[in-house]
Design a protein around this ligand. Structure first.
Ligand code: SAH
Length: 352
């Protein structure tokens, strides 16, 4: 377990790590990081995602972006951007679904933000088209922006703060008997302390994702300056409360500190914080994924696909529709929110 040893040495030399430092090392360490070393998606991997469950997800995301593009006057050229595209499945479905939209493919310039060399290669193969990879959104060139991020922000490193009678302390990772262990820092003043003074109590944990806020701010500025829309889909809530850090391996939960770098680590997205950071772009209402997909017509699309299916394929298709939309499955845990320019039409699938 070379990453455990490296982290232990770092803690020994410099003191405890924040949860964000730990998450960043586990996920994107250049040699031992979870995403650096593998393709974690699908049945044979550790977890699965909406675009891997059904082609309908990427198709509807594509029609959503194409409709926004038309509503904004079909600007060309424009940047079609995906953050954390995984295997490239969503983008391939999106491109197929939009092939018939006049001018959309001719005007698009595709940019993918991806940390993993393994997944970069996979994305190139799956989409089979000209694209540019980036380490971060900051290097995506200016221009009208049409962006999608599904289950990307949940992988960005969070810090965790716990309130007590005096104020706040940060949850940190130190060593006890050579084992990684969770502890609390000395009292400190977290970035949100004033905002959350009234709706938290001693014992409560609040999470803060600086990386997500900085990408939301950059997207918001880009949209305000050049026009466009960003669709963010992830699990989370309007406001962060409680410890949501989880580790998943082989489709099941495992302890967060066990064998670092070998499990996916995620935390819920704080959509209110994103919406604020994206100003002067506006945020739509936070909408359950199931409601959003129904409004975009997933059931009509499901029925149309079902006509050419039978047996196991039909059963799997019906199960996939349910999995994406039903409140007991991904329908309410996952949420959608779009960022758009002030005074631009409300993006489809969102209520005023
Ligand atoms: N959107 C895809 C994959 C979600 S998994 C889907 O829905 O199937 C998270 C994705 O974000 C992976 O592609 C992962 O490699 C990428 N990722 C995680 N952390 C990242 C970071 N800090 N910078 C860039 N990409 C990152």
């Amino acid at each position: 377990m070379p990453l455990t040893e490296e982290l232990a040495a770092r803690i020994g030399a410099n003191g405890p790590l924040t949860v964000a430092d730990y998450m960043a090392e586990c996920l994107t360490h250049p040699r031992y990081g979870y995403y650096t070393t593998r393709d974690p998606l699908g049945q044979s991997g550790d977890f699965t995602t909406a675009p891997e469950i059904s082609q309908m997800f990427g198709e509807l995301a594509g029609l959503f972006l194409a409709q926004c593009w038309i509503d904004l006057g079909s600007p060309i050229p424009f940047r079609l951007v995906e953050l954390g595209p995984g295997r490239g499945t969503l983008m391939a479905d999106l491109l197929r679904a939009t092939a018939g939209v006049p001018g959309f493919h001719a005007g698009l310039d595709l940019h993918l933000v991806e940390a993993s060399p393994v997944l970069r290669q996979r994305q190139q193969q799956t989409t089979g088209c000209a694209l540019t990879h980036h380490d971060s959104f900051d290097t995506v060139p200016d221009g009208p922006l049409f962006l999608i991020a599904n289950e990307f922000l949940d992988a960005l490193p969070i810090r965790q703060f716990q309130r007590d009678d005096e104020g706040w302390r940060e949850r940190v990772i130190g060593l006890r008997d050579k084992e990684l262990t969770l502890g609390l820092s000395a009292p400190l003043h977290p970035p949100f302390a004033e905002d959350r003074a009234d709706d938290t109590r001693p014992g409560d944990i609040v999470e803060h994702c600086a990386a997500a806020l900085s990408v939301a701010a950059a997207i918001g500025q880009r949209i305000a300056a050049f026009g466009g829309v960003a669709l963010i889909v992830d699990y989370g809530d309007w406001r962060s409360l409680g410890d949501t850090l989880q580790a998943v391996r082989d489709h099941g939960a495992v302890p967060v500190l066990e064998d670092p770098g070998s499990a996916d680590l995620t935390a819920h997205v704080d959509f209110e914080a994103l919406a604020r950071a994206a100003s002067p772009a506006l945020a739509t209402r936070l909408t359950p994924q199931g409601v959003f997909l129904e409004r975009l017509g997933i059931t009509q699309r499901a029925q149309s696909l079902a006509r050419s299916l039978s047996g196991d394929a039909l059963e799997n298709h019906v199960a996939a529709h349910r999995r994406l939309t039903h409140p007991d499955e991904m329908g309410t845990l996952f949420k959608a929110m779009a960022l758009h320019q002030k005074d631009s039409p409300l993006p489809p699938g969102f209520a005023p």
